[in-house]
Design a protein around this ligand. Structure first.
Ligand SMILES: C[S@@+](CC[C@H](N)C(=O)[O-])C[C@H]1O[C@@H](n2cnc3c(N)ncnc32)[C@H](O)[C@@H]1O
Length: 218
C-alpha cells in the first residue's frame, strides 16, 4: 500500500526548488519549476487539482509583506489564514509574532506544502483541511485572506463568511491584486504595493497588490 501523503511530501522536498519570495525575502517557499513533474502528482491521485500551492499570488505576497511590516497587526493574536495555498501568509503571520496560526485549505496538497514551507522557514503552524466558510466563525482574533476573489461563487461565500467573522468581532485583512470579484465597497485600503501578480502561469495581470481591512460599512 502506497503512503501517498509521504510520497507527495517527498516529491515536494525533492522536486520543488526552495526559492525566496519576491518582495518577501524573509520567506522561502517550495515552488513549481520546469522539472517539478506536477503531472506525476496528478497520476498518483485522480483528485489532484490545480496546484495553487506551488505558485505565488499577488494578494498573498502583499498580505505577507504587510504583516511583516506591521507586526502589531498580528502579534500575540490567534490567526486563521483562509485558503492558505503555499502557506506564505500563515508563515509571515507567525514570523510577525502571532501567538498561533491555523492555515486552512480544501486542497490537502496545499496543506502538505504549507507544513513543509513552515518547516524550512523555522515556523510552526497548524493546518485544517476543508472549507471553513459554511461553519461558524472560527475561534481566532484575526482572519487573513490572500487572493480568494478570483471566482464569483467563491467570492460570495468568502464575503458571507467575513460578515459572520465581523459579527464575532474578528478582524479581517484581505490581500488582493484587484480581482474581478473583490467586494471593494466593503474594503478600506491599508497599503498598496507596486509589484506584479504572478498567478498560475507566471503571467502578470496587475502592477499593484493591495491590503485592505474588511469593514461593516464604510
Ligand atoms: C489563489 S490561491 C491563494 C493562496 C494563498 N492565500 C496566497 O495568497 O498565496 C487560492 C487558495 O484557496 C484555496 N481554496 C479555494 N477555495 C477554497 C475553499 N472553498 N475552502 C478552502 N480553501 C479554498 C485553494 O485551494 C488555493 O490554495
Amino acid at each position: 500500500m502506497v503512503d501517498l501523503p509521504h510520497r507527495v511530501r517527498e516529491a515536494i522536498r525533492r522536486d520543488f526548488p526552495v526559492l525566496p519570495v519576491p518582495s518577501v525575502p524573509e520567506i522561502r517557499l517550495h515552488r513549481a519549476g520546469p522539472k517539478s513533474g506536477l503531472w506525476r502528482l496528478a497520476e498518483w491521485d485522480a483528485a489532484f487539482s490545480t496546484p495553487y500551492w506551488a505558485h505565488l499570488w499577488g494578494g498573498g505576497i502583499a498580505l505577507a509583506r504587510y504583516v511583516l511590516d506591521h507586526p502589531d497587526s498580528v502579534a500575540g493574536k490567534r490567526v486563521l489564514d483562509l485558503g492558505t495555498g503555499s502557506g506564505l501568509v500563515a508563515i509571515a503571520a507567525r514570523k510577525a509574532g502571532a501567538s498561533a496560526v491555523l492555515a486552512s485549505d480544501n486542497d490537502r496538497y496545499a496543506l502538505a506544502a504549507a507544513l513543509l514551507n513552515a518547516e524550512i522557514n523555522g515556523e510552526d503552524i497548524a493546518t485544517i483541511e476543508g472549507d471553513l466558510m459554511s461553519g461558524p466563525a472560527p475561534a481566532v482574533d484575526i482572519v487573513l485572506i490572500g487572493d480568494l476573489f478570483y471566482e464569483q461563487d467563491l467570492a460570495d461565500r468568502v464575503s458571507i463568511f467575513m460578515d459572520r467573522c465581523l459579527a464575532d468581532n474578528i478582524e479581517i485583512f484581505v490581500g488582493d491584486p484587484g480581482r474581478a470579484f473583490l467586494p471593494r465597497q466593503r474594503l478600506q485600503m491599508l497599503e498598496e504595493y507596486a509589484g506584479t501578480d504572478f498567478g498560475i502561469d507566471g503571467a502578470t495581470n496587475s502592477s499593484c497588490n493591495s491590503v485592505f481591512a474588511f469593514r461593516r460599512d464604510l
